[in-house]
Design a protein around this ligand. Structure first.
Ligand code: BTN
Length: 248
């Protein structure tokens, strides 16, 4: 379903490249941009995204309406992207204990360590750039000391190198399918995301607009919101925010 592809040895950021292409309006969509190495990778909340050699970093620019997706479906599309990554990783991981899980809104975890981050940006009406940073063959001991224990690559989890092109094709196939399902109002992507939720049943703290909300996680709502039950109130649905702490 990808109409154009750029695969570069090095880019600042695949998402910046895709955003520029969208703004210039000079490329067929969906556009896939892959880089073997990024020198200025960006993460959520203005953070930088650092990944050593062997990571799989790519962005897809698309028109959500071509998938039947209106703007209110974007939080669910963000979960669906993490789900697509989980599904593509699964065949590479023999150990069932390492079932890839989704940490809301769109991180993918292997055990208690992050294997993938997703960044969604909407530069214009009906334009979306989905950036995926997947720890494929990079080594977590090459990460900055404060991140070393918090991340894990697919190769480390699988005990052998993985073929990044196969991984990429797997993510794209699952992503196309999951986005189309969402656009057709199927509950299947969110149901499956719920079966893979890392935080369900745990106490979590979410930061949102300067406010901290604590509660017991009840998984994802149909629109992609995180459902939190606070001790003194009803279940609250959070459509955006950052999970800053959770029970082990
Ligand atoms: C996060 O977990 O904070 C999201 C990380 C997203 C990183 C990817 S790597 C490919 C794309 N290009 C970027 O600059 N960022 C995203």
């Amino acid at each position: 379903w990808v109409a154009a592809c750029e695969w570069r040895e090095e880019l600042g950021s695949t998402s910046d490249y895709a955003l520029d292409a969208v703004r210039a309006n000079d490329t067929p969509l969906p556009l896939l941009v892959v880089a073997d190495r990024q020198t200025a990778g960006r993460g959520r909340a203005g953070r930088s995204w650092l990944a050593g050699d062997g990571a799989l970093t790519f962005s897809v620019a698309l028109a959500p309406s071509r998938f039947g997706l209106s703007a209110d479906k974007l939080p669910a599309a963000s979960l669906a992207t993490a789900l697509a990554v989980c599904e593509a990783l699964e065949p590479h991981l023999a150990a069932p204990a390492l079932k890839p899980r989704i940490k809301w809104p769109n991180d993918v975890y292997l055990g208690d360590r992050k294997a993938c981050g997703v960044l969604l940006e909407a530069p214009a009406a009906d334009r979306l750039v989905i950036g995926v940073g997947l720890n494929a063959n990079n080594r977590s001991d090459a990460a900055p000391p404060e991140l070393r224990d918090a991340c894990l690559s697919v190769a480390e989890a699988a005990g052998r190198e993985v073929d990044t092109a196969t991984l990429l094709v797997g993510v794209l196939a699952a992503l196309g399918q999951r986005l189309r399902q969402l656009g057709a109002d199927s509950s299947e992507p969110i149901d499956e995301a719920n079966r893979r939720s890392l935080l369900t049943g745990r106490r979590v703290t979410v930061e949102h607009g300067g406010e901290r909300v604590e509660g017991l996680c009840h998984g994802f709502a149909e629109d992609g919101a995180l459902r939190l039950e606070s001790p003194d109130g009803p279940i609250r649905a959070m459509l955006s925010g950052t999970v800053v702490a959770w029970d082990a």
